[in-house]
Design a protein around this ligand. Structure first.
Ligand SMILES: Nc1nc(=O)c2c([nH]1)NC[C@@H]1CN(c3ccc(C(=O)N[C@@H](CCC(=O)O)C(=O)O)cc3)CN21
Ligand SMILES: O=c1ccn([C@H]2C[C@H](O)[C@@H](COP(=O)(O)O)O2)c(=O)[nH]1
Length: 276
């Protein structure tokens, strides 16, 4: 059975059983109809996914992995902050009239910095280090740039990656300050697993462990019945996921280079409202 399902159910059991409710507290997010979007939350969750064993796709319901990978390529490869470069509508509520989400995500990853080995952005610095100094303990990115926070549509949630090489394996820690469990937990896990696989392949390494460190992991009030239904569902074995082995440069990957086979999953749970 897919380990991603077990971890998801364990996290949800902990949040619903022992979490703190923000009901009647002052909260920022709201629903489309203007009502405050309260949550039940747990602080400090650590989940480990071993990509050498299986790819962590949820099977309780389908994760739209194509749209998730399209978004991670939008941020890390296109380094774009404009929704016109994205093939889904998930960021529409946070974009301005020109389609920009401000100085967030892709914008930050495209900013050049003067490193000792040359002027380059954070993504190219990771790729450079994986190739030239794989045993460096400084292979990381951080897009939580305080200087630019006021100019972001939404402050980055998944904000830092730390890469680490062990033998022929590439491991990573994803730091995330805030996690919408239903809309984006498996979505984010799939994205950063895919990123780890791409970086490993172009660096001559195999994908190892993704360690997902989540500060505030929450379930929104209007998501609770959907989460409760998912927790009762049948689980299936994890699908087989591989990358087109021909791709040698990170900048050449497309969604079509991900091959997902035998993805068995439960039926959709209906429209998931997203708190704004
Ligand atoms: N409240 C909130 N939750 C989020 O997950 C989130 C934000 N805000 N703001 C910015 C981005 C946008 N992201 C999103 C937004 C929507 C979906 C979403 O609609 N998910 C659907 C599946 C989408 C599909 O299948 O195409 C779902 O059913 O969960 C996912 C990620 C993640 N982020
Ligand atoms: O990749 C993402 C992006 C966003 N989220 C969620 C987490 C929160 O529910 C909201 C952001 O609200 P804040 O008040 O700024 O924390 O978006 C996510 O889970 N994953």
């Amino acid at each position: 059975m897919s380990k991603a399902d077990d971890i998801f159910i364990k996290n949800c059991t902990e949040i619903l059983g022992n979490g703190f409710s923000t009901e009647n507290e002052k909260v920022r997010p709201h629903w489309e109809d203007g009502a405050p979007a309260y949550t039940i939350k747990t602080f400090g969750v650590v989940n480990r996914y071993d990509l050498s064993q299986e790819f962590p796709l949820l099977t309780l319901r389908a994760t739209n992995w194509k749209a998730a990978i399209d978004e991670i390529l939008w941020i890390w490869q296109k380094k774009s902050n404009n929704i016109h470069d994205l093939n889904s509508k998930i960021w529409d509520s946070w974009a301005d009239e020109n389609g920009s989400i401000g100085k967030a995500y892709g914008y930050q990853l495209g900013v050049p910095y003067p490193f000792k080995h040359g002027v380059m952005d954070q993504v190219d610095n990771v790729l450079w280090q994986l190739k030239n100094t794989p045993y460096s303990r400084r292979i990381m990115t951080n897009i939580y740039n305080f200087a630019d926070l006021a100019e972001m549509g939404l402050e980055p949630c998944a904000y830092s990656m730390t890469f680490n090489v062990v033998g022929d394996k590439l491991n990573a820690i994803l730091n995330q300050r805030s996690q919408d469990t239903l809309a984006a937990n498996n979505w984010n896990v799939v994205q950063y697993s895919a990123l780890l696989m791409m970086f490993a392949q172009v660096s001559g390494l195999k994908a190892g462990e993704l360690i997902h460190v989540i500060s505030d992991m929450h379930i929104y009030d209007r998501h609770i019945p959907m989460i409760e239904e998912l927790m009762q569902r049948e689980k299936f074995p994890a699908p087989k996921v591989r990358l087109n082995p021909e791709v040698k440069s990170f900048y050449d990957f497309t969604v079509e280079d991900f091959i997902v086979e035998e993805y068995q999953h439960g039926k959709p749970i209906g429209k998931v409202p997203v708190a704004i």
